[in-house]
Design a protein around this ligand. Sequence first.
Ligand code: GTP
Ligand code: MG
Length: 445
Amino acid sequence: MNVRDRLTGGRAVVAAREEDSTPDTTEIRRLAASAGYDVVGELTQRRQEDRRYNLGAGKARELAAVVADTEATAVVFDGALTPGQYTDLLEVLPPETTLVDRYRLVLEIFAAGAGSSTATTQVRLATLRYELPRVRRASEESVLNRATEKGSPVLDVERRIDDLERRLAEATDAAADRRSRRREEGFDLVALAGYTNAGKSTLLRRLADDLAVDADDDGTEDHDGTAAADVTETATVADRLFETLETTTRRATLGGRRVLLTDTVGLVTDLPHDLVRSFSATIDEIGASDIVLAVVDGSANDAQIRRRLETTVDVLAGDASGAVLPVVTKVDRLDEASRDAAVAVVAETLAAADVDVDTHDPVAVSAHDGEGVQALREAVVDALPTAEARLTVPNSSETQAFVSWLHDRGDAAVAYDAEAVTVEFAGAPSVVDEAKRRAADLRER
Ligand SMILES: Nc1nc2c(ncn2[C@@H]2O[C@H](COP(=O)(O)OP(=O)(O)OP(=O)(O)O)[C@@H](O)[C@H]2O)c(=O)[nH]1
Ligand SMILES: [Mg+2]
């Protein structure tokens, strides 16, 4: 059983405010459920932000009444509360009510699900970064703390942040070493990124060969995805927001090329940059990839598709260096017209976005019935950086081993004659370089 299934955050009332439309609470309700809350009521308001409570003062009192009526123990607020609003709103609510804003909620989900030490460190760091301004505010209000500078809770939080940043840097350095080793071994790196619940992990399973890799630091492979400390559950799939809380890497063979596919943590709208940055393992994987598959749930409505893709692109714009290949998934839920419409919205949104990397045309797939998956494989191979070479080696006893080495790593067309073997080879640039070295060795023997 997943640890989160045992969680109960208690009974919660959801509150949301938006300036120019009536808030849609679908997503915040789902997030609350992912964090283990039982949503027993909601209250929405269309209004500009009130400085004191965020909601209007009347609405804040109404919220308190709903909490009392429903015997809720928590309020989940869809948005960011300033430290001041947090304190003031809490004072209006019945005593003992817990108040959780959108960031805090996401942090709770992550804290409950984090398995590996990197994930735990990331969540702790994000939590402390979230708390720092609040601690600062509390301590500014307390003369006492200012007087005893040394034992200040602010300094304490700052010190813990430094410490976690250092630890995380070590872990991400190790991951970077591992990636560069894999690249030297001739792997192409492909990351799946996108909004939470888009279908990334399901697609990963569709594309991947059976072996999980990168489960540990020594470069050996982990065959069942459970043995090593880094991987608890390999790319589990569920209809829940933030099912995947750590990056996982699997092997795939695409067009003869050896690819490492990395599943990343889902994104969600309206999280502060600081928080997103805390999940550096995800960001690093995206940054280091040759290609990022930007996975989009095609069965969402146009506005959702646009908003979710924009959220994804925001992260990619800062961090991706490889090409972006958009994938519209779950098309088994769509008729042809809606599928075309979804593809068009994705293409338009991406064209309008400010990314300075190559972007490709969207590919429509269903990870459930496999439709479009072959076309996706081909699109990935087309988008991979490719070098070509014509290699000629003597037709000797060692040649066969060389030829099968090539077949395992790229596209090889082989022509034999009595004296020599000629191979037209295409593959990752690093593999082609290595192939040329090996061919030269064979010629010199
Ligand atoms: N109909 C249909 N459902 C899909 C498809 N792909 C994924 N799903 C469903 O969508 C839900 C989310 O899938 P996941 O693969 O867990 O999504 P994810 O992007 O990894 O989500 P997070 O890890 O939470 O970020 C699950 O209930 C899947 O069964 C698809 O091609 N068709
Ligand atoms: Mg996932």
